[in-house]
Design a protein around this ligand. Structure first.
Ligand code: ATP
Length: 234
């Protein structure tokens, strides 16, 4: 369970997140939508203890991220798949993360297989494509077998087969009872992936609804999204 309560985040004069409240429930995929600069990444960064809130709270399992012990076992996150040390191999990267959270090395091989990098474990990350880095980031997020996943645009750089694979992975993680929060700009993909949608614009909550509530029959998610953020879908 993720809870965001009265969250506000300012960067100087920029109000990135403005009195935002929502909860993300387990057992379903919650899509986190909003135009560029809406505040999605900022909300996720506060949730993951990477930025301090100006006001309000963001908790996972009832606690701020920094108060979780062995956080990788509670929350898996993928924020910026390119923010990895290119000199390490994929295996070395995962082992470094695992060791810092007291996790066994034995999970690494299986996870590399799960994300389709089984033949690339010994290769340096610096030579990876964006899609391969996203896959590695997903393996890192899953390393601690966490109940909660926070994924910022995980489909970036994935090829069509990869997008389909990601959809299946997210659905199976939610079906196992995990909490899955995933941001995306890909409306057609979200329409076939998400169960619940949270829409931000200008740092404020614009919608928090089940897919079927937000998208009326005969309309697309893209049209509903444009309505919600106050732009015409011409
Ligand atoms: N470190 C920072 N310093 C100053 N301003 C920031 C910082 N991080 C984010 N912002 C600003 O906060 C606002 C929200 O940005 P954020 O990255 O959270 O939006 P987003 O919804 O994730 O956008 P996108 O879809 O483009 O990734 C923007 O106006 C952005 O310029």
């Amino acid at each position: 369970m993720i809870e965001v309560t009265g969250l506000t985040k300012r960067f100087g004069r920029t109000l990135a997140v403005d009195d935002l409240s929502f909860t993300v429930a387990p057992g379903r995929i919650t899509g986190f939508l909003g135009p560029n600069g809406a505040g999605k990444t900022t909300t996720m960064r506060v949730l993951l203890g990477l930025d301090a809130p100006t006001a309000g709270r963001a908790t996972v399992h009832g606690l701020p991220y920094r108060e979780l012990s062995r956080p990788l076992t509670r929350v898996g996150a993928l924020l910026d798949a390119t923010a990895v040390q290119g000199g390490r191999t994929a295996e070395q990267h995962l082992w470094w993360l695992a060791r810092s959270n007291g996790l066994p090395r034995s999970r690494i091989g299986g996870l590399l297989g799960l994300v389709g990098l089984d033949h690339a474990g010994g290769r340096r990350i610096g030579g990876f494509s964006l899609g391969m880095k996203q896959r590695l980031g997903l393996a890192a997020a899953l390393l601690g077998d966490p109940e909660v996943l926070v994924l910022d645009e995980p489909g970036n750089g994935l090829d069509p087969e990869g997008i389909r694979w990601l959809r299946g992975l997210l659905k199976s993680l939610a079906a196992e009872g995990r909490t899955v929060l995933v941001s995306s700009h890909l409306m057609s993909e979200m329409a076939v992936t998400a169960d619940q949608l949270i829409v931000l614009a200008g740092g404020r909550l614009r919608a928090d609804a089940a897919l079927g509530e937000l998208v009326r029959p005969g309309r697309s998610l893209e049209e509903a999204f444009m309505d919600v953020i106050g732009r015409s879908a011409s």
